[in-house]
Design a protein. Structure first.
Length: 314
């Protein structure tokens, strides 16, 4: 009973993690980094506190020879510096992830399309302004540039200081080309997200899975299916792309028409009672296949590198 409860709790945690969006996963990473930084800071403070009684003790700090207590304080300070450096490292990583969240739009965000459309509009407005500035500068229209908040004489001085290689326009062609590429990419992402959402809605309406195509098909699930379904698709040569599995209809497994989802499992997943057989681990793991030891532990059996899987434990 204890083993079954352990595996069931681990499976529940795995299901919850699988349902997280990319933004939620990054937020969880930030929180974990901040926790690690706080823990390291506490350890650093405790290590530095070892030397507090001896601060200002000139005799203790300068007396020649080996003093065991002084050596202990020095080792503690070295550990404190190591903990402080690691705390700074975790804080830096958390700051970088926060900056990434602020400027990024992920395809699985609930408002991804709205954010992308807003960014497209901003880039188009920026590109139009660049074109207008170039046109007004070419015509020497000081009044028009002044209406945009630009002094034509100051702009001429800046261009002269940059040299002939800059050209005769305030904004170079590559700036307009880069903005155009960003606009085009965002529009393509909007189209891709809309198609992906349509396929997901179609799968939900069809009872959990939709199959589109003739010789080559797109298999889309409303929810992430059970591991054996994914394994069957991989064995059949299907590949994950854009929210769907792509492969040949002739190789399509027969048991995916009504696949049991992870949420419909009994919490034990692939835990079997037959000793001597390695199975997929139901617990959260790093890596796609886990390890033989982890899979054996999930089944409640022992594992030895020399002897392999041991008989089931009571």
């Amino acid at each position: 009973m204890l083993r079954a409860n352990h595996v069931r709790d681990a499976a529940s945690a795995y299901h919850g993690a699988a349902a997280m969006t990319r933004r939620e996963r990054l937020e969880a990473k930030i929180e974990k980094r901040q926790e690690w930084a706080a823990g390291r800071q506490q350890k650093a403070a405790a290590a530095f506190a070892v030397g507090d009684p001896y601060r200002g003790d000139h005799a203790f700090n300068t007396q020649p020879g080996h003093i065991p207590e002084r050596a202990r304080v020095i080792r503690a300070e070295d550990r404190g510096i190591e903990h402080a450096n690691m705390a700074a490292h975790h804080e830096s990583k958390a700051t970088g992830l926060e900056a990434q969240l602020d400027r990024s739009v992920f395809s699985d965000d609930a408002d991804a399309i709205e954010k992308l459309e807003q960014r497209v509009a901003e880039h188009e407005a920026q590109r139009d302004r660049m074109k207008r500035v170039n046109a007004l500068f070419k015509k020497s229209d000081g009044a028009g540039l002044l209406a945009l908040g630009i002094d034509i004489e100051q702009l001429r001085a800046e261009l002269a200081a940059k040299g002939a290689y800059w050209g005769d326009k305030p904004h170079l062609p590559y700036e307009l080309t880069n903005l155009g590429a960003r606009i085009r990419d965002d529009r393509q992402r909007i189209k891709t997200i809309q198609e992906r959402q349509h396929r997901s809605d179609l799968a939900e309406a069809n009872g959990g899975v939709s199959i589109e195509g003739e010789a080559w098909v797109l298999v889309t699930f409303a929810e992430k299916p059970a591991p054996e379904i994914l394994d069957a698709l991989r064995v059949a040569g299907f590949r994950w792309s854009g929210g769907s599995w792509v492969g040949e209809r002739a190789k399509l497994p027969e048991d995916i028409t009504k696949p049991p989802t992870r949420r419909e499992h009994d919490g034990l997943l692939h835990v079997r009672e037959r000793p001597g057989e390695l199975v997929r681990d139901a617990t959260p793991r790093r890596g796609r296949r886990g390890t033989p030891r982890g899979r054996a532990i999930a089944r409640g059996v022992g594992f030895s590198k020399r002897r392999g899987v041991l008989p089931a434990m009571d």
